[in-house]
Design a protein around this ligand. Structure first.
Ligand code: LLP
Length: 390
């Protein structure tokens, strides 16, 4: 902390590697590709760590694609998800040869076909179906219900597949489905898989062959005391249902979530008759999850302090919003200047950060064995308005 300043994200390289390998190894000899969902944490050092051990990547923008390529990842191991791929994004993805487009609507299929035609090539596609399954997670991160904007109705998918099958410029490869994030039970995944497999059968009957199933991401992690999914059992249950078909998974949070912490420093302690506030230097712009989803992150003291004040503290940031908090009601012994670790912050931490209140984005550090390296410099004040003009 002293070397890098505060606030700060710190990641563990070995945790990232071990988490990805747990997925990869659970498949044994079954054909598979574990595509890390870049949106969870897109730092180049994280991507490079995963590229080196053979990971594929799930990307949702040209920016993520270029990050993967810059970090040493292969386009041929990238699946391209997202509801609104632009012509430019599709063009670039075709030029570099992504593994597959996960198509989310009829109009997107038309656009991909048009771009592929103009480049005189074939676009590899899967249709993302919405199986109408309740992922039993936070409504903001549930994606597999009819009321969600993602994918196409499972009943409408057949006609899109027929259209794609007949096109000279589309190459039907797979079928895709992602029902939500931070799932703590396997049953919604398996219910969705059953629906997907029914569709695969119907397509086969029409002579449309599906060579891979992309079952998305969504495996939850432990933030508090929630139960989590046994990855080995989950993958074995998939393999049991699918026969020989290749499986793609897109885990994000499960790879990086518990491989990272957010470090913040107590600036002031402020107690009134009702509440004890620890005002810390980290804020909702740095780690949005508590404010946005009311998400729980465990908070641990980094240094033991014998002279601290014991209380039930609300950890609040410097931003001018009541919603700016990292944690509420935590029994801790605190004093000014203490460092705290906000746990499970490796996923959707830095990637969701912003410059709100003109706060420079924080530094990121990767720990590898007994080494530690700065993998993103702290932004400077000048960085904040470098691209502005008057
Ligand atoms: N694939 C697709 C198509 C996705 O939309 C997502 C996440 C993933 C894979 C990765 O899901 P994971 O394995 O990480 O659950 N910002 C929220 C999470 C949003 C997830 C969006 N999509 C949070 O902080 O909880």
């Amino acid at each position: 902390m002293v070397a890098y300043g505060s606030p700060l994200y710190v990641y563990s390289r070995s945790d990232i590697e071990n988490n990805w390998r747990e997925f990869d190894e659970a498949f044994g000899n079954h054909p598979h590709l574990v595509c890390y969902a870049v949106k969870a944490n897109s730092n180049l050092a994280v991507l490079n760590t995963l590229a080196k051990i053979g990971a594929g990547f799930d990307i949702v923008s040209e920016g993520e694609l270029e990050r993967v390529l810059t970090a040493g990842g292969q386009a041929s191991q990238c699946v391209f998800s997202g509801v609104a791929k632009t012509t430019q994004e599709i063009t670039r993805a075709l030029e570099v040869g992504v593994r597959c487009f996960n198509v989310e609507s009829a109009s997107e299929l038309d656009r991909i076909e048009l771009v592929a035609r103009s480049l005189n090539t074939q676009a590899p596609i899967s249709i993302r179906v919405n199986p109408n399954v309740d992922a039993k997670t936070h409504p903001y991160i549930s994606t597999g219900l009819k009321e969600n904007k993602f994918g196409v109705d499972i009943d409408d998918a057949i006609s899109l597949y027929q259209q794609a099958h007949q096109s000279e410029h589309l190459n039907v490869q797979g079928l895709d489905c992602h029902i939500g994030s931070q799932l703590t039970e396997v049953s919604p995944f398996l219910d969705a898989l059953d629906k997907v497999l029914e569709l695969v059968d119907q397509l086969n009957q029409q002579g449309i062959e599906i060579t891979h199933l992309d079952l998305g991401g969504g495996v939850g992690i432990q933030y508090d005391d929630e139960k989590t999914i046994d990855i080995q059992a989950y993958i074995e249950a998939i393999i049991e249902k699918v026969g020989n078909i290749e499986i793609i998974l897109e885990p994000g949070r499960a790879i990086v979530g518990n491989a990272g912490v957010f470090v913040t420093k107590v600036e002031f302690l402020k107690q009134n008759s009702d509440h004890s506030f620890a005002i810390v230097d980290g804020a909702m712009n740095d780690l949005l999850r508590p404010s946005f989803y009311d998400a729980y992150h465990q908070v641990l003291p980094i240094s033991e302090n014998a002279n601290g004040t014991q209380a039930s503290w609300d950890l609040v940031g410097p931003i001018c919003e009541t919603g700016d908090f990292l944690a509420k009601g935590r029994d801790l012994s605190l004093s000014q200047g203490d460092y705290l670790a906000v746990m499970s912050a490796g996923a959707y931490g830095f990637t969701m950060s912003s410059n709100y209140n003109s706060r420079p984005r924080v530094a990121e550090v990767m720990v590898s064995g007994d080494q530690h390296n700065l993998v993103r410099e702290r932004e400077t004040i000048q960085d904040l308005f470098d691209k502005e003009h008057f």
